[in-house]
Design a protein around this ligand. Structure first.
Ligand SMILES: NC(=O)c1ccc[n+]([C@@H]2O[C@H](COP(=O)([O-])OP(=O)(O)OC[C@H]3O[C@@H](n4cnc5c(N)ncnc54)[C@H](OP(=O)(O)O)[C@@H]3O)[C@@H](O)[C@H]2O)c1
Length: 277
């Protein structure tokens, strides 16, 4: 379904930073009324202030999306302030960098809790409200690592694959209520994502600064919402990797194993015993 963002009531999770912040600015610029949800109240207030200064409408709702009571409060606030909801953007996310064996059960659970469970439970709360909205839509932000697993991003990839599978299934179910669903699959983006990592045990740090800007992502996502796209893949290297993986997944497996062999050559040569953290 094609839609205009003018006057749309939009909840954006993770709007205190990076992609979510840029999405709040861009959709407000296109005439949407935005509900800003994240934990950092000071940052949310700044985003809201900037939006209001340029003539837009923004509501701040301090929210930890992993907390069920906070989630309920978020959607209640949107309904009370704007009388309903038209678009939900599940954008809040986090990652840990490191091999699965070097991370911990706590980190795996934290990652799944935010990236997957909060996304799914936000959808559960929002669907009845969206069903009464105008040209309604859910936007779930996954990742390139949610379409192709990558070493040292194992927990993250698992959570983002879950978002993709959930979203593809849900998209068809939502025809019952006339709600669209768009999946966003970004590659490297210059946000604060690298600073917010839950762990840094990986040996090949991701070069977030070489990625696209959050403003580019926000512009493409906003265009995608207006055009009723089903899936958006953003950033050249990510798109190339996904294309090569589609053509020759065994080749990509081989390349990734080669990199891990190089990075861990000393341990492999010494047959270092595995210790679980
Ligand atoms: N940057 C990349 O290269 C990249 C690539 C692919 C996909 N993505 C995805 O894009 C999305 C946005 O990430 P970003 O790059 O913009 O990273 P970011 O700058 O670190 O922003 C993450 C946002 O999530 C919010 N958040 C974290 N925990 C939260 C919680 N418990 N409750 C509510 N909000 C929470 C943070 O706000 P508070 O700390 O204030 O709560 C922040 O606003 C994520 O889903 C990420 O997985 C990013």
């Amino acid at each position: 379904m094609r839609r205009s963002l003018k006057d749309k009531r939009i909840v954006i999770t993770g709007s205190s930073s990076g992609i979510g912040r840029a999405l709040a600015m861009e959709t407000a610029h296109r005439g949407a009324r935005v509900v800003l949800a994240a934990r950092s109240v000071g940052e949310l207030d700044q985003v809201a202030e900037e939006i209001r200064r340029s003539g837009g409408t923004a509501l701040v709702v301090p929210t930890d999306v992993t907390n069920p009571a906070d989630r309920e409060r978020l959607f209640d606030a949107a309904q009370q302030e704007f009388g309903g909801l038209d678009i939900l953007i599940n954008n809040a996310g986090v990652a840990a960098h490191g091999h699965f064996i070097d991370l911990s059960p706590e980190i795996l659970r934290q990652t799944m809790e935010l990236n997957f469970f909060a996304t799914a439970e936000n959808c559960r709360l929002a669907i009845p409200i969206l069903a009464q909205g105008h040209e309604p839509m859910i936007v779930n932000v996954s990742s390139m690592a949610g379409r192709r697993g990558v070493p040292a991003w194992t927990d993250y990839a698992a959570s983002k694959f879950a978002v993709c599978g959930f979203s593809e299934s849900l998209r068809a179910e939502l025809v019952r209520f006339g709600i669209d669903l768009m999946l966003v699959v970004p590659g490297l983006t210059k946000s604060n994502f690298g600073k917010h990592l839950l762990a840094r045990h990986g040996r090949l740090p991701a070069q977030f600064d070489s990625g696209v800007t959050p403003e580019t992502v926000a512009n493409l996502v906003s265009n995608g919402m207006e055009r009723g796209k089903h899936e958006l893949r953003i950033e050249r290297d990510a798109r190339l990797l996904l294309f090569v993986n589609w053509l020759a997944p065994r080749f990509v497996d081989w390349r990734m194993a080669k990199i891990v062999r190089r990075l861990y050559s000393k341990e492999i040569a010494q047959r270092t015993p595995v210790s679980v953290s």
